[in-house]
Design a protein around this ligand. Structure first.
Ligand SMILES: NC(=O)c1ccc[n+]([C@@H]2O[C@H](COP(=O)([O-])OP(=O)(O)OC[C@H]3O[C@@H](n4cnc5c(N)ncnc54)[C@H](OP(=O)(O)O)[C@@H]3O)[C@@H](O)[C@H]2O)c1
Length: 275
């Protein structure tokens, strides 16, 4: 299948990397375009055979499936500029959560879907959050699903849950990095352990932790109970966490929902009145 990627910033490049490294697409079947062309040329240097185009329209003309990897406010001008270019046998895939699939369908004259990636897809792991548009048929759904399965675990997400799902799957790596940095800093500041050793131990712990979850050896609850020996040290640490952090994630989700609403309000006026 010929695949196009418009916008090769962080996420567009990650998708190209994941497609090629998972062998779900060959460079010769991928066309890319980026506003600042250097980023697209860098990818072409990395992957021989990948084609760089000067216009988004050219990428669309040459692709069966097109990933649109621009930021929310960049969507409307891009879609307006290529409005008449789409064919009904193509599939347009957006990666940005504040633009609803329904909004995309108003401006793209072919079936559409949204796939929110995560930085962990770079390791050919983690989820991709999939929301299908109303005009996509089963054949196209299967094709997209199969493509995503090469580098991720695709999960279908209803429009109303997209922010919470993105917080967990796509923002999660940043949240977890922050918490792990705090864990390391706490150890360094309160004990004599070096930063280097604390970081190494934490990284190894997280890798092992991920493997246990992957093998489904324990649920999170079982894992916590297994480590918490009665009268032991873990319980003392958990008491501190329970006391000091028990509402932190409610606040976090309240704030991300608020920001999501703001992003919607910024994007919606562009799409209103486009019926
Ligand atoms: N970062 C994450 O972990 C993550 C995860 C899931 C989803 N997302 C979503 O992915 C989207 C992109 O994020 P990002 O981090 O990849 O942003 P980014 O690095 O800024 O990438 C956007 C790219 O789009 C290019 N662009 C803008 N308008 C264009 C146009 N009309 N034609 C062609 N290229 C154009 C930009 O080019 P220039 O080089 O000229 O600026 C830039 O390279 C966002 O909506 C974000 O919410 C991000």
């Amino acid at each position: 299948m010929k695949i196009g990627v418009i916008g090769t910033g962080n996420m567009g490049s990650l998708i190209v990397d994941a497609l090629i490294q998972s062998k779900s697409a060959r460079p010769k079947n991928i066309s890319v375009m980026n506003r600042t062309e250097k980023k697209a040329l860098d990818l072409a240097r990395k992957y021989r055979g990948l084609t760089v185009h000067h216009s988004a329209a050219e990428v669309i003309r040459r692709s069966a499936l097109v990933f649109l990897c621009v930021k929310p406010l960049q969507f409307f001008p891009l879609l307006q500029s290529v409005r008449g270019v789409w064919r009904t046998d193509q599939l347009a895939v957006s990666i940005t959560s504040p633009v609803a699939v329904e909004q995309l369908e108003k401006l793209i004259l072919c079936p559409a879907a949204r796939v929110v990636p995560s930085i962990v897809n770079q390791a050919l792991a983690g989820s991709t959050l999939v929301t299908f548009g109303t005009s996509i048929n089963e054949h196209m759904k299967n094709k997209l699903w199969h493509l995503l399965e090469h580098f991720s675990h695709p999960i279908e997400i209803a429009e109303e849950n997209i922010r919470a799902a993105s917080d967990l799957s796509s923002c999660g790596p940043a949240f977890l990095s922050f918490l792990l940095e705090k864990l390391v800093d706490g150890a360094v500041q309160s004990t004599g352990i070096s930063q280097k050793q604390a970081m190494e131990l934490t990284a190894e712990m997280v890798i092992g932790f991920g493997k246990l979850l992957e093998r489904k050896t324990y649920t999170l609850d079982e894992l916590r109970k297994k480590v918490t020996v009665k009268g032991g040290v873990t319980g003392v640490g958990l008491n501190v966490l329970n006391h000091e952090c028990s509402t932190v994630f409610e606040h976090l989700f309240e704030e991300t929902q608020k920001k999501f609403l703001e992003d919607h309000l910024a994007v919606d006026p562009f799409f209103n009145g486009t019926d």
